[in-house]
Write a new protein. Structure first.
Length: 478
């Protein structure tokens, strides 16, 4: 999508369609009022109407900000796609209000996304030229342009993550994820270390190593670091990058296995965040650590009843090989805290449990941790970024459910009750004392992937976690 800011208004012959938001028909000009009254346009029923003569696409939008605005522009661009238009005009001033350019562009770019890589040539989506006329803006064009560039960096990372997650497991396996990390590192001058299975073996990362053992793809621990001069602090992001989760020997039933290419969403979100830091001129040192692994079956598969020793020497009784994400994350969290000193924030991102979807639905990220202050901070980033989070509370009783009779802990609780929280509590075993209050676990199992499109998300991956985290980091400066 090609988006340009213009200082002045443009003539009708210079565009194919103009997007006009309607909050209140009363605020429109006389001609527009007539047009909409004639067709009985209803602002409350999210109507869209294209008027040929004036080239105006009227989109109902009762609130001209934030999520409502993003959804309205997403509806607009999806409507326009059905026609043969290519140049689109938008006035920054709509219905007597100056719109937030970032919400507008976010709705356009995210709403326009479709995964077409595997469609024949004629089914691919077209590119649009969008002209935003700013003649009535109170803000000068340079500052508007800066905001535009920032949101383009963020939304293109979200779409990059969507592409990665939507890519089938045959084409996207740990080595490919590592190569993507290397590409980002080269472009933005980040450090990038890729550790293979030999390293995992040498460093007693037996939990992560076991999960990938039956795969024909070598597991990779990816470590990206962004290090600005005189950083204001240190942030560590750890992602579950299961490029496929068949369940392992505790094999998933057929209907639950479909879509498990989405199990790399946490690691992909970490890639997406790392992909944006330089463009946003981030002042924090940020480490992105991804456990890229494929969970398969075979003669070499790890088994229920195995006892694994993690990097911090804790022993884990495997009772279900489908609870593999926490095994990979356990070692990655240990690695992060062994390698990186003086951490200010440590977040992990994982499509960890079906229980999280049962608890919170398909839109909301389950958030767990020991610090209420940190959870509140993350809630603020959620409120302004538009991503939804819900806190799932730890308590003193639930840890009993992951006790093991023969090892330090078990990877699968004896009961399904509180499954998202017991998974979070499992990870807590791998957080060092000094980092307890700096840690948040984000279960994105519901929010990362959905087969029913919602808001400005299309079928499949949503890019969950990217906007939330970048917003969190941005707020640290304030
Ligand atoms: N990757 C799944 C969780 C998942 C489910 C993600 C649905 C996205 C959509 C995870 O590895 C898993 O299978 N978890 C088990 C844990 C159980 C065996 C303790 C689950 O949620 O059933
Ligand atoms: Zn699993
Ligand atoms: Zn999984």
């Amino acid at each position: 999508m090609n988006i340009k800011l213009l200082k002045n208004d443009i003539e009708k012959k210079q565009f194919d369609v103009e997007i006009v938001l309607v909050k209140n028909i009363k605020n429109l000009n006389k001609k527009e009022k007539e047009i909409l009254k004639e067709i009985n346009f209803d602002v409350k029923s999210s109507d869209a109407y294209f008027h040929t003569n004036t080239k105006k696409l009227f989109i109902a939008c009762t609130v001209l900000k934030k999520e409502d605005l993003k959804i309205a522009f997403s509806t607009a661009i999806r409507t326009i796609k059905k026609f043969k238009f290519s140049t689109i005009k938008i006035n920054l001033l709509q219905d007597k209000k100056e719109l937030n350019i970032q919400d507008m562009v976010e709705g356009l770019v995210l709403g326009n996304y479709e995964f077409t890589k595997y469609k024949s040539e004629n089914k691919k989506s077209k590119t649009f030229k969008i002209l935003i006329c700013t003649q009535n803006s109170k803000e000068d064009i340079n500052s508007l342009n800066k905001k535009l560039q920032d949101i383009l960096a963020i939304t293109s990372s979200v779409n990059m993550v969507r592409n990665i997650v939507n890519t089938p497991p045959e084409d996207y396996y740990p080595q490919i994820m590592a190569e993507d990390a290397i590409k980002i590192a080269k472009r933005d001058n980040l450090e990038c270390i890729i550790h293979g299975e030999e390293y995992l073996l040498k460093n007693q990362m037996n939990a992560m190593l076991s999960v990938g053992r039956a795969s024909r793809h070598e597991s990779k621990l990816i470590h990206l670091s962004y290090k600005p001069k005189e950083p204001k602090g240190k942030i560590v992001l750890v992602g579950k990058g299961l490029t496929y989760d068949s369940g392992g020997l505790s094999l998933k039933p057929a209907e639950f296995m479909v879509s498990m290419k989405c199990d790399k969403s946490g690691g992909s979100a970490v890639l997406g965040i790392m992909n944006t830091l330089k463009a946003l001129n981030c002042q924090y040192e940020v480490h992105g650590i991804i456990g890229a692994v494929e969970n398969m079956i075979g003669a070499d598969a790890f088994k229920p009843d195995d006892v694994l020793v993690a990097k911090n020497a804790k022993t884990i009784e495997v009772r279900n090989t489908d609870a593999e994400g926490r095994l990979v994350l356990a070692d990655c969290l240990c690695y992060a805290q062994d390698e990186i000193e003086d951490i200010d924030y440590i977040f992990d991102y994982a499509t960890l449990t079906g229980a999280c979807i049962v608890a919170l639905g398909n839109q909301t990220i389950g958030t767990m941790g020991h610090s209420n202050k940190l959870k509140t901070k993350m809630q603020k980033a959620a409120d302004s970024s538009g991503e939804l989070i819900g806190v799932l509370p730890f308590n003193r009783y639930l840890p009993a459910m992951i006790k093991s009779k023969i090892a330090d802990i078990t990877n699968s609780s004896s009961s399904r009750a509180g499954g998202a929280i017991t998974a979070g509590l499992f990870l807590d075993n791998f957080i060092k004392k000094e980092n307890k209050k700096k840690w948040l676990h984000l279960d994105i199992a519901g929010a990362a992937y959905s087969e029913s499109p919602w808001a400005y998300n299309s079928f499949g991956a949503t890019g969950s976690g990217v906007r939330l985290t970048l917003d969190f980091i941005k707020k640290l400066d304030k």
